[in-house]
Design a protein around this ligand. Sequence first.
Ligand code: GUN
Length: 286
Amino acid sequence: MKLLDGKLVSQKVLSEVKEDVEQLKSDGISPKIAVVMVGDNPASLSYIKQKRKACEFTGIEWEQIDLPESTKHEKLIEVVEELNKRKDMHGILVQLPLPDHIYTPEVIKAIDPKKDVDGFHAYNLGKMFLSTDFEELAPCTPMGVIKMLDEYGIDVAGMDATVVGASNIVGKPMSTMLLNRQATVTTCHIKTKDLKKNTLNADLLIVGVGKAGLITADMVKDGAIVVDIGCNRVDGKLCGDVDFDEVAAKASYITPVPGGCGPMTVACLMENTVIACERLTKEKDL
Ligand code: GUN
């Protein structure tokens, strides 16, 4: 079994981003991201801290806009629209989840697709359908998985890949990216009749559900590549959706949690911010 070391690969990506940022700054351009946080969800605050640290490392400027839990939907849209207008701002990230009284799809829709560094806007999600060439400003978590597989020389073409989880920001774009790379993709979700049948068939198993202990060794094919996107806190300890110790004994490659997909997501966010900045300042089309 080999570990897919997201921490290590993310450091490489971040170092490359840092060089790009230095180059942009020497051209008089300072990449900048706005992070909008509504309320004080502890998991969100912890994610934001990691993103901020990555900005400090890469030299990307950081502006955090903290709004109270009671913020009205219309007010949040106004904040986004102001950020859309600002010439000095290249990336806009609205931390999710938002409070229930705010309609999240409308908020994401309000973000200028050119500044959508999360890759959640329908424009950026939609163009991913075309091919790998159109995956710019793609969602950071699936992009991080692809980058990590690339780094380990894993070519998914022809593989039977099973993605467990079908969210708009992880499972669906993950499946699309694998299909773009000619894997044979199965996407499982809450209504899937026989999860184990589908996971057992997988050469590449990617799990992002948020349910600790969901994937046990009996559900995994010998020699499979296992990517765990889950991020759960059990008794104060971080763990993924895969029973790591058991499954690691069967897998050819496996990601740890923490130190797998999480750092790769943050690294891809930094990369997206540089891409957005270059596109906006050089007026290139997406
Ligand atoms: N909440 C959990 N993950 C993410 C993410 O990648 N982006 C945003 N905006 N919110 C999140």
